[in-house]
Write a protein that binds this ligand. Structure first.
Ligand SMILES: NC(=O)c1ccc[n+]([C@@H]2O[C@H](COP(=O)([O-])OP(=O)(O)OC[C@H]3O[C@@H](n4cnc5c(N)ncnc54)[C@H](OP(=O)(O)O)[C@@H]3O)[C@@H](O)[C@H]2O)c1
Length: 335
């Protein structure tokens, strides 16, 4: 009995110490942002807005007066979240709209874009937030590695298809929710591996969460150059170590699922809340001082200098861009 009490006491003291230390850590400390302007009349699309950082970003932006389009794969979950957002913020239900989107499936991305073009007259901010970290080696509908397809390829196509609406609504903004984990790529990747039609997977070299998060940064930086002078800015960001649902998806191997759960448990003690993590996204979407800031990587409600050397490699970025175009069935003519 005495031993049990001692262990419990030691664990509690350990947890309290970790929590205190997390208040000072760059990836876990609390964040806040007070937007000096309202966003009435602005339309913002957020992918994966039914939970975690996306949901809190939606709450923050509708509270500023924006209309938010929640682009989600599970309509039931999205409807429940939309109701909760309206109840919590007191906004008009017309301010929160839902569109079906599975970012891992390019046909779903095309349908989502068609729906936006048919129902909306403007798009001021696109927030590519949906993400998964299950290390799946399973394939997407188009035969690509699932995590890479869901986190990067789908967003690459969605951005491409919605660019006309973003340009029309200028000044406008594109935000890619990436991750510190882009730093996990520590060698030049074979983005140019030739496609093998008829094989199981067209791009076997493109797997995993870290690669997808690096690809999102390449996407952002090339976009920002291409859009120079057009009043459309593109930036990427790292939200921190966040206690969210991302740790509670099943991975392809039991050991990886257990590891994710462990991170989930740790994040529930020391991690940032999704609400705090969303502050940087809201800042990037709304702050008037950022209207002309493009090609930057943000964290903690500020521009960050924590990009890995690989993320600054123009050759690798160009390579990734070309392969992403091909994966989406786009040609140079459609750029
Ligand atoms: N949590 C962290 O510590 C952390 C750190 C760095 C970066 N991030 C990034 O932050 C972003 C948000 O993650 P989160 O932490 O808020 O996790 P989360 O609560 O699990 O939210 C992820 C959202 O993405 C959606 N999603 C996943 N796959 C999708 C698909 N194929 N099509 C459409 N939607 C899909 C999920 O929908 P369902 O509810 O249907 O699954 C969910 O709404 C992700 O891009 C993640 O990589 C998170």
């Amino acid at each position: 009995m005495f031993l049990l009490i001692t262990i419990l006491l030691a664990l509690t003291i350990g947890a309290v110490c970790l929590k205190l230390l997390s208040q000072y850590n760059r990836h876990t400390r609390p964040l806040s942002y007070e937007c000096p302007v309202r966003m009435d009349g602005k339309t913002i699309l957020i992918t994966g807005a039914n939970s975690g950082i996306g949901k809190e970003t939606a709450i923050g932006l509708v509270s500023l007066g924006a209309k938010v389009i929640m682009a989600c794969r599970n309509l039931e979950k999205a409807e429940a979240t939309a109701e909760e957002i309206c109840r919590q913020t007191g906004v008009d239900p017309n301010q929160v709209v839902i569109v079906q989107l599975d970012t891992s499936d390019l046909e779903s991305v095309r349908n989502c874009s068609r729906k936006i073009h048919a129902t909306e007259s403007r798009l001021d901010v696109l927030i590519n937030n949906a993400g998964i970290d299950t290390g799946h080696i399973e394939l997407s509908k188009q035969g690509y590695e699932y995590t890479f397809a869901a986190n990067h390829v789908g967003h690459f196509l969605l951005t491409h298809l919605l660019l006309d609406w973003l340009k029309k609504s200028h000044p406008s903004r594109i935000i890619n929710v990436s991750s510190l984990r882009h730093q996990g790529v520590s060698k030049t990747l074979s983005f140019s591996r030739a496609p093998k039609p008829g094989s199981d997977m067209y791009y076997p070299g493109l797997f995993g969460y870290d690669t997808s998060k690096l690809a999102q940064i390449f996407h952002t930086n090339i976009l920002s150059k291409q859009l120079q002078g057009q009043d459309v800015v593109a930036n990427s960001m790292h939200p921190g170590f966040v206690s969210s649902g991302i740790w509670y998806k099943d991975a392809y191997r039991k050991s990886v699922t257990m590891l994710l759960r462990l991170f989930g448990f740790l994040s529930s003690i020391i991690g940032r809340t999704p609400k705090d993590a969303a502050q940087t996204v809201i800042y990037m979407a709304a702050d008037p001082d950022l209207e002309n800031v493009s090609g930057q990587y943000f964290e903690n409600v500020a521009i960050s200098d924590q990009l890995s050397p690989f993320a600054k490699d123009p050759e690798m970025a160009k390579n990734m861009w070309d392969v992403s175009m091909e994966m989406c069935g786009l040609t140079k003519k459609t750029e």
